[in-house]
Design a protein around this ligand. Structure first.
Ligand code: NDP
Length: 329
C-alpha cells in the first residue's frame, strides 16, 4: 500500500481531495513503466485538477499531478531499467491519466525523459512543467532572432512559476529582464532572480486604446494572455517576438493585427504537453546548463501531499510565489 492524493466527485458534481492509501493493483492498466515517485510540483493546471477539474479530468476517482520525478521500479520497455532516474511532464498525465501526486505511478515509457545530468529529482520538480515551458519559450525567442543587445525582454506573471524560471534563465543568459507583477511585495524576489525593471500589472492590463505604442520590448514571455498580451503586442520593437505561454489573465486576445502588419511582430505559441521527445531532451539539457541552481533554490516552497488541496486553490488565485516542490514521501 502507498499514499496518493485522490480526488473524488460526489453526486452533485462537487470534487474533494484527500490523501488515501491505495494498492499497486489499483494503478491503471496501459503503462509499461512503474516509477517510485520522489517529488512532484504544483502548476496552474494542477490547481484545476485538484479542484474543479476545469474540463481537464474526465474520470473520477483521479490522482492529479502533471509532473513527477523518481526512480524506475519495474519496466517492460527496453529504454528503462530499475534504478534509472526519470522525469515526466505533460502528455496529459495528471489530467486524462493518473499523475504524480502518488508514491507510485504507472506510465508509458514514451512519456519519460531520463533525468538530465546536473539535476536531481527535487531540482527537476522545482523546474517542472512551468520551468520546462519557460525554457521552451526562451528557445523559441532565440530561434526567432532574440539577442542580448536588442533591449529588455518582458516577462509577464513574473512572480509565478513560469515567470520566475523565465526571469532567472534570461538574466543568467545576459538579457535585460523586465518583470510584470501584480504583487509589488515580490519586487525584491524578482530582482534577486535577475530582473532589473519591475512593471506594475496595472500599467499593462488595460484594454488596447492605440494599436501601436512606443517600441519598448525586444522579446516577451507571456504567462498572462488576455488584455495584457494585447497591450504588449503594441509595445514590441520592430521584428521581435512574443512567446505566448499562459492564460492566467484570460483566454481572450482583444488585440488588432496592426503590430503584425506594421512592425512584423511574431506571436509564437508554446505548448509543453505534446512537445516531441528530442526537443524535450534539448530543453532539459539547456535547463541544466542555463538555470542557476542557487536561483532555483530561492524559488522553492516545500510541500507534502496533504498540503495540496490548499496549494491547488492558492495557485488558481495567483497566490503561489515561485515553485512548489512536493515531497510525496
Ligand atoms: P502561476 O500561478 O504560478 O503564475 C501565474 C502568474 O500570473 C501569477 O503568479 C501572477 O503573477 C500572474 N497573474 C495571475 N492572475 C493574473 C491576472 N488576472 N492578470 C494578470 N496577471 C495575473 O502559474 P504558472 O506559472 O504555473 O502558469 C502560468 C500560466 O501558464 C498558466 O495560465 C498556465 O496554465 C500556463 N502554462 C502553459 C503551459 C503551456 O504548455 N503552454 C505550461 C505551463 C503553464 P504576479 O503575481 O507576478 O502578477
Amino acid at each position: 500500500m502507498f499514499n496518493a492524493l485522490i480526488v473524488e466527485k460526489d453526486e452533485d458534481g462537487k470534487t474533494s481531495a484527500s490523501v488515501q492509501q491505495i494498492g499497486i493493483d489499483q494503478l491503471p492498466d496501459g503503462g509499461d513503466v512503474t516509477v517510485a515517485v520522489e517529488y512532484s510540483t504544483v502548476n496552474y493546471k494542477d490547481g484545476l485538477c485538484i479542484g474543479p477539474g476545469g474540463g481537464l479530468v474526465r474520470n473520477y476517482p483521479h490522482i492529479p499531478g502533471i509532473d513527477l520525478a523518481g526512480t524506475v521500479e519495474a519496466s517492460d520497455d527496453d529504454r528503462y531499467k530499475p534504478g534509472d532516474k526519470v522525469v515526466l511532464t505533460g502528455w496529459r498525465v495528471g489530467e486524462a491519466h493518473w499523475g504524480g501526486y502518488s508514491q507510485k505511478a504507472r506510465v508509458k515509457a514514451d512519456w519519460l525523459v531520463p533525468l538530465p545530468a546536473g539535476l536531481n529529482t527535487r531540482q527537476a520538480m522545482a523546474v517542472g512543467t512551468a520551468g520546462f515551458t519557460a525554457m521552451l519559450a526562451v528557445m523559441a525567442l532565440e530561434d526567432h532572432g532574440l539577442e542580448k543587445d536588442h533591449g529588455p525582454v518582458l516577462v509577464t506573471g513574473a512572480a509565478g512559476g513560469v515567470g520566475s524560471v523565465a526571469t532567472a534563465i534570461l538574466a543568467n543568459l545576459g538579457y535585460e529582464v523586465a518583470g510584470v507583477t501584480g504583487r509589488p511585495e515580490t519586487a525584491e524576489y524578482l530582482k534577486s532572480l535577475g530582473a532589473t525593471q519591475i512593471v506594475a500589472r496595472e500599467e499593462l492590463n488595460e484594454t488596447v486604446k492605440r494599436p501601436l505604442e512606443g517600441e519598448t520590448w525586444a522579446g516577451c514571455i507571456d504567462a498572462v494572455g488576455g488584455a495584457m498580451l494585447a497591450r504588449v503586442l503594441g509595445q514590441m520593437k520592430y521584428g521581435t517576438s512574443v512567446a505566448a505561454v499562459g492564460l492566467a489573465g484570460g483566454t481572450g486576445l482583444p488585440a488588432t493585427v496592426i503590430p503584425f502588419l506594421l512592425r512584423g511582430v511574431n506571436l509564437l505559441g508554446i505548448d509543453s504537453v505534446m512537445q516531441p521527445y528530442d526537443n524535450r531532451v534539448r530543453a532539459w539539457q539547456r535547463i541544466a546548463k542555463d538555470l542557476p541552481m542557487e536561483k532555483l533554490e530561492q524559488m522553492i516552497q516545500p510541500a507534502k501531499l496533504s498540503d495540496l488541496p490548499k496549494l491547488g486553490a492558492d495557485i488558481l488565485k495567483g497566490q503561489v510565489k515561485g515553485r512548489v516542490v512536493v515531497d510525496v514521501n
